[in-house]
Ligand binder design. Structure first.
Ligand code: UD1
Length: 424
């Protein structure tokens, strides 16, 4: 069993460069299906979710060449299948991002129904409703969704009930070559949506308004392959800033656009962090104590659910009480049970966490219940007394490239260990 063991109490210093955004890279990879030919993606993070998306594309007939650690040449000339099987979708729900591109390219797609996952039920009803409005017919059998377009795809107006990231992306990719114009109202506004729209436009699409709640897509005949650089990972950046804030040390976090963190930066400042922004990152320091704040997660530009565990972890050491409200994923407080084992004082009431700051945390064996919670537990280990051993680290590998190496580079005492399994 692989674990990350952290020895608390060591100073952090220096600089850490974040990778390309996981949530962007996965969708950009899926989008290459839309443009038959060699597409080059740079600044692609070397993480296990990207490897899984590579497998999905290869299964569809794409050829992928890894050109250096962060460059993928994805040749989609010979993509000739439209089915994404259960064994890949079950490993990574974001595999469903190929649905929109496959429907555009082949007029059909078969995608295994994603089930729920650790952080919530995660339905895809909004993807389905939006695609139906564009002319897609759906049938379901044996756990698969069969999409067909008997009359082709026709642009229409879609209003999303919730600004879903995945639904906005699938709809954008299904609408790029539809007949006429599509509008998506209450669209998700995350920077990764803007990155996808930029790449689609470089491919020849006509997408306007990405980053606002109203996206307009004028259908074009066809798209052509491109070279595109993945936007820096704001959540990885936010995670490292939180680590500097938690330990109270001064570090520089770079490789991302600070404006993409928006409200997170303001909340960090209220918590007591000092952030000096430059064009490519921030220098973080903390002159005094951690202050309590109330936070609620919401779609961008609200506070991202993907930063909730890291900030909740920080607030366990604040000089007062905070309330964190999780509005996006219902199971995202599971890790708080692990934090209690480290001496935190957190009470969960429905989708609220009431956090009373404590004087210190105590190292303990804990299990990561999901990706961002895994980062939050390692981060708590940095300031805890003694050793913290975090298991289930395959979750961390899904979204943080070279996590242990980056932390070690900052001076943390962190190592990956392969512990023998307990045999009963
Ligand atoms: C993406 C991100 C994830 C992030 C989330 C919200 C990727 C690979 N993942 O996930 O890291 O936490 O955005 O910023 O990009 N919902 C429905 N029906 C739908 C679609 C969504 O009920 O058809 C619900 C979900 O269950 C969830 C909420 O809407 O409660 C938000 O989901 P969504 O924005 O779609 O997140 P993902 O695209 O799955």
């Amino acid at each position: 069993m692989e674990v990350i063991r952290v020895e608390g109490g060591h100073r952090l210093e220096g600089e850490v460069r974040v990778a390309g955004a996981k949530n962007s890279a996965l969708k950009l990879m899926a989008a290459t299906i839309l443009a038959p030919g060699p597409n080059l993606l740079t600044n692609v993070p070397d993480i296990s979710d990207v490897h899984i998306m590579g497998k999905v594309l290869k299964r569809l007939g794409a050829r992928i060449e890894v050109q250096g650690k962060h460059e993928l040449l994805i040749d989609t000339t010979d993509v000739d299948k439209w089915e994404t099987p259960y064994e890949l979708v079950v490993k990574m729900r974001a595999s469903t991002a190929v649905m929109g591109p496959l429907i555009t390219r082949f007029g059909r797609a078969i995608v295994a129904m994603p089930g729920g996952c650790q952080i919530g039920e995660r339905k895809i009803d909004m993807h389905i409703l939006g695609l139906e409005a564009l002319g897609v017919k759906f049938d379901y059998d044996h756990g698969n969704i069969h999409a067909t377009t008997p009359d082709g795809l026709t642009g229409t107006d879609v209003t999303l009930e919730f600004a879903s990231v995945g639904a906005t992306e699938n709809l954008m990719m299904a609408a790029v070559c539809a007949k006429g114009t599509t509008t998506i109202d209450n669209a998700a506004r995350e920077p990764e949506i803007v990155d996808l729209a930029n790449m689609l436009n470089e491919m020849g699409a006509k997408v306007r308004g990405a980053g606002s709640p109203l996206i307009q897509i004028e259908g074009v005949e066809k798209l052509h392959p491109v070279e595109h650089t993945v936007v820096g990972d704001r959540i990885e950046a936010g995670s490292f800033i939180a680590m500097g804030g938690m330990t109270g040390d001064t570090i520089r976090v770079c490789g991302f656009k600070p404006r993409n963190l928006g409200l997170v930066i303001r909340k960090f400042q209220q918590i007591g962090l000092e952030l000096k922004e430059d064009s490519d990152g921030v220098v973080v320091s903390r002159p005094g104590e951690l202050h309590p704040v109330d936070i609620q997660t919401l779609p961008f530009p609200g506070f991202p659910t993907d930063m909730q565990p890291q900030v909740t972890a920080m607030l366990t050491l604040a000089n007062g009480s905070s309330i964190v409200t999780e509005n996006v994923f219902e199971n995202r407080f599971v890790f708080c049970g692990e934090m209690l084992r480290m001496g935190a004082d957190i009470t969960i009431e429905g989708h609220h966490a009431i956090i009373h700051g404590v004087k210190g945390l105590s190292g303990a064996p804990v299990a990561a219940p999901d990706l961002r919670a895994g980062a939050a537990l390692v981060m708590s280990g940095l300031v805890a007394d003694g050793y913290t051993t975090v298991s289930n680290i395959h979750y961390i590998d899904r979204g943080y490239e070279d996590f242990v190496q980056k932390l070690t580079g900052l001076g943390a005492h962190v190592e990956r260990l392969d512990l023998p399994e307990d045999d009963d």
